[in-house]
Design a protein around this ligand. Structure first.
Ligand code: ADP
Ligand code: ADP
Ligand code: ZN
Length: 228
């Protein structure tokens, strides 16, 4: 025995990008390939809304309008989720942080537990593509697999490839009227995080305009390097 312990710290990856960029799609693939756990604050908030908790009731109107839920609520929900033991395998943060306050709070939280960000990857897509992606998006209510009317249709229409469920759902906020608000919130409050992580030396950018498989390949190469 050398007496020297090698500490393997759980990986922390951040996926940045506008609504519809493919964060959820890619996070699920990374979860399967790298054994990391996807943490989507959007999913956690939708669960809180469905459960009718106090946070959920407050978040609902903001989400429907396409704004950002308060940092207090989002941070509380994320901290709770990070207490669960599965996150010790490492996490992919999908849709968090979305404001500078959230990014600073995350840095503080990680520092307290001796962790650090392995990489913050920005999935770059233009506004027109983002609108197309959101317009055709639907999700399996059984297992959460994401689909698209044109770009990722299930093999058998209406049936989930992964779990066979026929319960397909469309998000209430994936409507043309709300997309403009979400995009504005992204540009005003989230896009500045690209410089934030660039200054930290943690930023990676990928062209997310390509096909799902190509983006996954580019992202995997980055993740392999970042978690090594
Ligand atoms: P986000 O989590 O960033 O909002 P999603 O992963 O839900 O985005 O993707 C938005 C929609 O676009 C989904 O319907 C998904 O199937 C589809 N999609 C994701 N990545 C791509 C891609 N590279 N090319 C075409 N469609 C994509
Ligand atoms: P998308 O990436 O497709 O816009 P999400 O599922 O990540 O969708 O988020 C849906 C909604 O949930 C957002 O429009 C916002 O209202 C809220 N939300 C999710 N994550 C955050 C966050 N980190 N901070 C504030 N609001 C959030
Ligand atoms: Zn399914």
């Amino acid at each position: 025995m050398s007496g020297v312990e090698t500490m393997t710290r759980p990986a922390v990856l951040i996926l940045l990008g506008p609504p519809g960029a493919g964060k959820g799609t890619q996070a699920r693939m990374l979860q399967d390939h790298f054994g990391l756990v996807q943490l989507s604050t959007g999913d956690l908030l939708r669960a809180a809304v469905a459960a009718g908790t106090e946070a959920g009731r407050e978040a609902k109107a903001v989400m429907t309008a396409g704004g950002l839920v308060s940092d207090e609520i989002v941070l509380a929900i994320l901290k709770d989720r990070l207490q669960e033991p599965d996150t010790a395998q490492g996490v992919i943060l999908d849709g968090f942080p979305r404001t500078t306050v959230q990014a600073q709070a995350l840095d503080k939280l990680l520092a307290e537990s001796g962790q650090r960000i392995n990489a913050a990857v920005s999935l770059d897509v233009d506004d027109a593509e983002m609108v197309n992606r959101i317009a055709g998006r639907f999700t399996c209510g059984g297992c959460g697999e994401g689909y698209h009317d044109t770009f990722k249709a299930p093999t058998v229409a209406g049936v989930c490839d992964k779990c066979g469920s026929t319960d397909m759902v469309r998000r209430a906020d994936d409507k043309a009227e709300t997309v403009g608000q979400r995009l504005a919130a992204y540009h005003a409050q989230t896009a500045p995080l690209i410089s934030y992580y660039e200054e930290q030396g943690n930023l990676q950018r990928i062209d997310a305009m390509g096909e799902i498989g190509q983006v996954a390949k580019d992202l995997s190469a980055i993740v392999k390097e970042a978690v090594a």
